[in-house]
Design a protein around this ligand. Structure first.
Ligand SMILES: [Zn+2]
Length: 484
């Protein structure tokens, strides 16, 4: 007779990116050991959770979080213990942060090592992206060493002159190097010269306040930068991933590139789909200080169409935890404000509310952009699916339950939420991370610093995992067809 399993989640509707079924999820030793048809008897276990009538989805993978990040004069307010705790409250069981050099004296490798040290306090699993600001002859060896550490993606900023911006020479060289390392280049695409000029022009008219933010960073600036980067990706043959795309035009450029055989991917964020630029004429425009800014309602609606239609590969939070004291220091001058929104905890409910309709229509797409896509594109084995052999990272929720966001009552290291007051569905009732129940109706059960650092596999290698299309080329072609 076999020993009882650690945990069985019985009778739930298990939704993955490729379909849903009623099943018992058997968990043992931190992994999912079986998925049994719900008509079968519930196998013996030390703990059985009855999920009848509830939805069971894979724990989220948030590929884009900034933890304890210093940019210029500002540092975000949450550390790894706080960010990862808030992530778990929101159904995200893996976060990815960035080793971004804090100033010119810090190398990419030093920045990543600093984050590796901080990440030892994480309550959920963590992976890292590196970041390069200036190219020099030491960078190739650093990128190799980072890859050996399991850090195989590098973020580059096309804007933020004077802090994190990389010039085009650097972008080109890093792309070439990352392609050779079977890694992925991440891009923040906004055309710096257009933004600088547009911001200066508005400043000349006295329009520097937060209520003008969206006017200083036009959609054209984002799309011009995407075009430029795609040309460099084509030239170097490097896979490329665009963070926080905020316009349908930007997403369409990436779709078109993919149809033409490039390995190019789109990420968007909950706020670009759920909010629009009328927030800047509202009572608290400083809640929405981020770059790119919120776009017109028409643009947000068209972006949502792209998301629902399959042209977007990941919904990430771009979590940046400033508080209102920091946000309000310079509301009269957007050039001096800290930009970025807290969101690691609200990513699931906002995306769920936007994407999942009656009778769970759209749930597979939600799981794809919330967990499966980010796990695959970032080459994180064992993540993003409720399947035998995967890590036991699970979210159980009642798809009909609505809650109103209370910005001050969330668990991030800040005092507001851009979604305050909104009624959302998709809140986790129970969260299992690495086989441990960390959230249930008794509240949060702090597992301590149980989060592991996850090494990224190779980018092309991950696309060849079973069910992923067989090869980079095939996967590129397959994803090219599902877009607009
Ligand atoms: Zn970011």
């Amino acid at each position: 007779m076999t020993a009882p399993a650690d945990l069985v989640i019985a009778h739930g509707t298990v939704a993955n990116a490729d379909g849903r079924r009623r099943a018992h999820v058997v968990v043992d030793g931190g992994r999912i050991t079986a998925l049994l048809d719900a008509a079968e008897p519930v196998p013996p276990a030390r703990q059985v959770i009855d999920a009848a009538g509830l939805l069971v989805i894979p724990g989220g993978v948030d590929g884009h979080c900034h933890v304890a990040q210093t940019t210029g004069p500002y540092t975000t307010l949450d550390d790894y213990a706080l960010t990862s705790t808030a992530a778990l409250w929101g159904g995200t069981t893996t976060i990815m942060d960035f080793g971004i050099p804090r100033d010119a004296s810090e190398t990419p490798l030093q920045a990543a090592r600093h984050k590796l040290e901080l990440a030892r306090q994480a309550r959920c699993d963590v992976a890292l992206h590196a970041s390069v600001i200036d190219w020099d002859e030491t960078v190739p060896a650093q990128l190799q060493e980072l890859a050996d550490l399991g850090i195989r993606s590098v973020k580059l900023y096309m804007t933020n002159r004077g802090t994190t911006m990389a010039d085009n020479d650097t972008v080109l060289q890093v792309m070439r190097q990352m392609a050779a390392l079977d890694g992925l280049t991440w891009i923040h695409a906004e055309h710096d010269a257009i933004i600088a000029d547009c911001t200066a022009e508005h400043a000349g008219r006295g329009q520097t306040g937060i209520e003008h933010l969206h006017l200083t960073r036009p959609e054209l600036a984002e799309e011009a930068s995407v075009r430029e980067v795609l040309a460099m990706a084509e030239y170097t043959g490097a896979p490329v991933y665009f963070v926080h795309q905020s316009t349908p035009g930007a997403v369409d450029l990436v779709t078109e590139a993919r149809v033409n055989g490039l390995a190019a991917y789109s990420e968007t964020c909950p706020h670009y789909v759920a909010l629009d630029d009328t927030v800047y004429s509202g009572p608290v425009p400083e809640w929405f200080a981020c770059c790119p800014p919120m776009r017109s309602a028409e643009t947000a609606a068209a972006l949502r169409e792209r998301l629902l239609g399959g042209a977007v590969h990941a919904v990430a939070s771009d979590h940046s935890c400033y508080d209102l004291t920091q946000k309000r220091l310079h509301t009269e001058d957007i050039r001096q404000m800290p930009h970025g929104l807290p969101g690691v905890e609200t990513r699931l409910p906002v995306a769920f509310t936007e994407m999942v309709g009656p009778d769970l229509a759209g749930i597979e797409r939600l799981v794809e952009v919330f967990a499966a896509g980010p796990a695959r594109i970032n080459a994180l084995p064992g993540k993003g699916a409720v399947a035998e052999g995967c890590d036991a990272d699970l979210v159980i929720l009642d798809p009909a339950e609505e809650r109103t966001v209370d910005g001050a009552g969330l668990h991030m290291g800040t005092d507001f939420s851009p979604f305050h007051g909104r009624s959302l569905r998709g809140w986790p009732q129970m969260v299992v991370a690495g086989g441990r129940v960390v959230l249930d109706d008794g509240g949060f059960h702090d597992p301590g610093p149980a989060g592991r650092f996850l090494e990224q596999a190779g980018f092309g290698e991950a696309l060849a995992w079973p069910g992923q299309g067989g090869s980079r080329q095939a996967a590129g072609a397959a994803t090219g067809q599902d877009g607009e």
